[in-house]
Structures are given as structure tokens and as C-alpha cells.
Design a protein. Structure first.
Length: 198
């Protein structure tokens, strides 16, 4: 649901939605405090915070500094890499901070991949893009393996021109088999519907 749809959904139900863009001072990039103080003065206590993971921890610290990390405030964090942020400094103020975690850091496979792709090997720091890429490679590998070993097909790659409508002769077989498969990946169950959506 995009921001416009979210606003329309809430307006139809008589809810007030205030949309603010995070802005820092031109002379102090990364300083959001004046803007956050302005938001605080509006008296709102429930927020959807959509910002880059790169600045999220800094924004949360500044929310705490301006007094917006107490029990009256609630935040829904939209970043799918929220699990990479250390929220320990914010857990004692009573603030309700909600995020979505698509990667279970306790899974053995997540720990193994984290050790392979990160310097510190911390499974809590594994980013969603990396996990989704690993899942895509896994399901593609398993599908091609099933075609070549179980069904004894020989799959050969030929150069294709992206500017033409040529199809790879094995493409439909791979897609159809992939739609019928399910496997457990880093981000959970990988299974597709008849249209190819996960």
C-alpha cells in the first residue's frame, strides 16, 4: 500500500493523517531535531517511520533526544532491514516500536550465510537484499538440478539478445517447475502461486 492509498484509506474512516518528510538543517546534514520538535508540538503520538536504514538509528536517537521515546509514543518502522539496527538503547522508555523481521537469526543456515558474507558474521545484521538473493539462487539451482538430474534433461545456455523477443528454450520448463516447487529459504518458505507470485 503506497502513501497515497494509506492516506485515502484513513481519511475515509475519519482519521487524520499528517505526512511529513524528514528534513535536516542545510548547514547540519543529519540533524533532524528541529523538524522532530516541530512534529512533537503537533501532539501526535502514533507514527509510521519510513526512512533509509542508513539513517534509521540516528533518527531513533534524535527522537529520544527530543523526548519522543516515551510510553505515549508508538512507531511502525517500514524498513525491512530493521533487524540490523541496535534497538537496545530505546527499549527502556516504554515506547512501542514495531518492525517486520523477515529473517530468523537463530536458524543455522542464516548463521552459516552470515559467517560467509559478513566480516562480523552477526546473523542479526544480515540484510534482506542478501537473503532474498540467496533464496533466488537456491530455488533456481534446485529447479535446474531437478530438470537435469531427475528428469535427465541437458540444459544448455545460449547467448540471448535482450533487445529481441527471443525466449530461452528451457525457460518455460524452468518457470513451470519452479512454480510447482517449495523449499525453505533464509526468508522463510519459498513457494509460488500459478501466476508466479511468492
Amino acid at each position: 500500500m503506497g502513501i497515497a492509498a494509506l492516506m485515502e484509506f484513513n481519511n475515509k474512516r475519519g482519521r487524520t493523517v499528517i505526512l511529513k518528510q524528514l528534513e535536516s538543517l542545510p548547514e547540519q546534514p543529519g540533524n533532524f531535531r528541529p523538524m522532530l520538535n516541530n512534529v512533537k508540538s503537533l501532539g501526535e503520538t502514533q507514527f509510521v517511520l519510513a526512512c533509509s536504514t542508513n539513517i534509521l538509528e540516528n533518527v531513533l536517537k534524535q527522537l529520544q533526544q527530543v523526548g519522543m521515546m516515551t510510553e505515549i509514543y508508538s512507531y511502525v518502522i517500514t524498513s525491512l532491514d530493521f533487524q540490523t539496527i541496535d534497538v537496545e538503547p530505546f527499549q527502556y522508555g516504554g515506547t512501542n516500536i514495531t518492525g517486520i523481521r523477515m529473517i530468523n537469526p537463530d536458524l543455522t543456515e542464516v548463521k552459516r550465510i552470515s559467517m560467509a558474507v559478513q566480516d562480523n558474521g552477526d546473523p542479526h545484521k544480515l540484510e534482506i537484499e542478501t537473503a532474498l538473493l540467496m533464496d533466488a539462487v537456491q530455488i533456481f539451482y534446485e529447479t535446474v538440478y531437478d530438470l537435469t538430474v531427475d528428469r535427465m534433461m541437458t540444459v544448455k545456455a545460449h547467448p540471448l539478445n535482450c533487445k529481441t523477443a527471443d525466449n530461452w528454450m528451457y525457460g518455460n520448463s524452468i518457470i513451470n517447475l519452479m512454480k510447482s516447487k517449495s523449499t525453505l529459504g533464509l526468508t522463510g518458505l519459498i513457494k509460488f502461486d500459478h501466476e508466479g507470485f511468492r
